[in-house]
Design a protein around this ligand. Structure first.
Ligand code: CTP
Ligand code: MG
Length: 231
């Protein structure tokens, strides 16, 4: 009756521009990936974590969580979706097709337990994701004379910003992701792979502070969020 968590952690952190992949930068003195894994290890009902790492990762074995019996490192791929597929290939030999899988970015250390409870609630669809209603007005762009211009304004009341975790049954997610990648579709999250094959994941309102650490300023922001939460 448990669920598995897949953590894509094989990125290079180009936008962060640091001397190492962002998942190994210190936050409050601890590597980002260590914070994310130790957070996940507190989630009730967890069966295990599959962490997708870069083939040339040298940092992971130094994390305290590396030797935890529920943590299973595997080698990821060129894009986030390839890393998640590699994790699901591993999981398919360890869990049944109906096992719930939550995919959670290594770069989101601040997700709160009440968001996890909401996503795992029996009242929520087994195919669902945390997301945040947009607060800014969103423009769809076109190009005129080499410049980005507004093509149209989207209806803000219908815009949500996708977060993670995103959940789906193992067998369904595995086949949608594999088939989507075979078709060379643009797959930037699990929902987009499921949508390709006619599924409509439920949007579960998540907290605003479940930020994805992407740019240098996000380090300070994440540290502040974590410090306030655990103070
Ligand atoms: N990721 C992954 N495999 C990849 C690319 C990304 O597992 N080939 C992971 C990252 O490690 C991160 C998550 O997917 O935890 C979300 O991706 P993103 O925030 O874009 O991280 P990076 O790709 O590392 O950053 P950037 O796009 O700035 O290079
Ligand atoms: Mg990226």
């Amino acid at each position: 009756s448990g669920y598995w968590v897949v953590v894509p952690a094989a990125g290079v952190g180009k936008r962060m521009g640091a001397d190492r992949p962002k998942q190994y930068l210190p936050l409050l003195g601890r590597p980002l990936l260590s914070l994310t894994l130790s957070n996940i290890l507190t989630w009730p009902g967890l069966s295990g974590i599959v962490v997708a790492l870069s083939a040339d990762d040298v940092h992971f074995p130094h994390l305290p969580e590396a030797k935890h019996p529920l943590v299973h490192p595997i080698t990821g791929g060129a894009e986030r979706a390839d890393s998640v597929l590699a994790a699901l290939n591993f999981l398919a030999t360890h869990a049944s097709e109906d096992t719930p899988v939550l995919v959670h970015d290594a770069a989101r250390p601040c997700v709160a337990l009440d968001d996890i409870s909401a996503l795992l609630s029996e009242d929520v669809s087994p195919i669902a994701l945390l997301a945040q209603p947009a607060s800014d007005t969103v423009k769809l762009s076109g190009v005129e004379q080499g410049c980005a211009v507004v093509e149209k304004t989207l209806d803000r009341n219908r815009i949500w910003l996708a977060q993670t975790p995103q959940r789906a049954p193992l067998g369904l997610l595995h086949s949608c992701l594999r088939r989507g990648l075979e078709q060379h579709a643009a797959i930037t999250d699990e929902s987009s792979a499921l949508e390709l094959f006619g599924h409509s994941p439920q949007l579960v309102p998540g907290r605003r502070d479940n930020i994805k650490v992407t740019h240098p300023a996000d380090i300070v922001l994440a540290e502040t969020i974590l410090r306030l939460r655990y103070a």
